[in-house]
Write a protein that binds this ligand. Structure first.
Ligand code: NAD
Length: 290
């Protein structure tokens, strides 16, 4: 398949490499001038998009996605698919899809979970919104770049699924970390805490799979001095997107808002920038109620 890949950053480059290695005809473009010997490069997003069956974007945010969509949509052949894998706000995803459909293109929003490790290993999970026909076209590409693709319904629903999932993740990670810090102060051993909670009703992915306490549970970023992993900065981005969507949809999300505020303080004014999102535990450890 002839594919354009726009945005060759930490996630996009390994995803594009996997497609090229699987035999697809990939042309890449990134404003930062990133290129690879494994696939062709174009001088602009529009040039990369011309004559392709699928244009994949993996970009930092919704404003950049809108700007790139303005460039590539007029260059694409009718019937081709615009496949955005970035994490962006639901409104931008829906707007770009509408513009693509008006130009007789297929459109999918397909944010991922799995991080840079998943991008390199081709084991990402895709949460996909958009037309069923476009989903069928993109399916073989999802199978190369990932291990699972869930079709969540209409355009924007992929982004909706992503931010709802990550809102739960942010909230449960904070809950797990504050409970560990409380347990410490109550004299409860961390291993005992893990053994009880991971097999009781307080269990979650944050406790059982990604335990924020070093030396307890499966290996996680806590065992590597909280190097990400999933950076607190990216969690904050997703929690902000969740609150933006909640405001637009008039949804009451008090714990999502509290999680956003805590991660904002951690990243913007404490030492959370560049650390894993589970480093909330040492943050709580050092604090009292005052
Ligand atoms: P990144 O900053 O490493 O890469 C983004 C790339 O887009 C950069 O190389 C940048 O130069 C390029 N770019 C910016 N504007 C452009 C334009 N107008 N035209 C072409 N290229 C342009 O970010 P990343 O870590 O690769 O993340 C990409 C997306 O995936 C984000 O939306 C992020 O939220 C999401 N995501 C990231 C992770 C992760 O662990 N890194 C996990 C899940 C989802």
């Amino acid at each position: 398949m002839k594919i354009a890949f726009i945005g060759l950053g930490n996630m996009g480059l390994p995803m594009a490499l996997n497609l090229a290695r699987a035999g697809h005809d990939v042309t890449g473009f990134d404003v930062a001038g990133v290129t690879s010997d494994a696939f062709a490069s174009a001088a602009s997003a529009a040039e990369a998009a011309r004559g392709t069956a699928v244009v994949i974007t993996m970009l930092p945010n919704g404003d950049i996605l809108r700007a790139v969509a303005d460039e590539v949509i007029p260059a694409m052949d009718q019937g081709a698919v615009l496949l955005d894998c970035s994490t962006v706000d639901v409104a931008s995803a829906r707007d770009v899809a509408e513009r693509a459909r008006a130009a007789r293109l297929g459109a999918l929003d397909a944010p991922v979970s799995g991080g840079t490790g998943g991008a390199e290993a081709g084991t990402l999970t895709f949460m996909v919104g958009g037309d069923a026909d476009a989903f069928e076209t993109a399916k073989p590409l999802f199978e190369i770049m990932g291990q699972k693709a869930v079709h969540c319904g209409a355009s924007g629903n992929g982004q909706a699924a992503k931010i709802c999932n990550n809102m739960i993740l942010g909230i449960t990670m904070i809950g797990t970390c504050e409970a560990f810090a409380l347990a410490d102060k109550l004299g409860l051993d961390r291993q005992a805490m893990f053994d009880v909670v991971s097999t009781s009703s307080g269990q979650s992915w944050s406790m059982n799979t990604y335990c924020p306490a070093p030396g307890v549970g499966p290996k996680s970023p806590a065992d590597n001095d909280y190097k990400p992993g999933f950076a607190a900065d990216l969690m904050l981005k997703d929690l902000r997107l969740a609150q933006q969507a909640a405001e637009q949809a008039d949804a009451d999300t008090p714990l999502g808002a509290a999680a956003r505020d805590l991660y904002a303080a951690f990243v913007d004014t404490e030492d959370g920038a560049g650390r894993d999102f589970s480093a909330m535990l040492p943050r709580f450890e050092g604090r009292g109620r005052g």
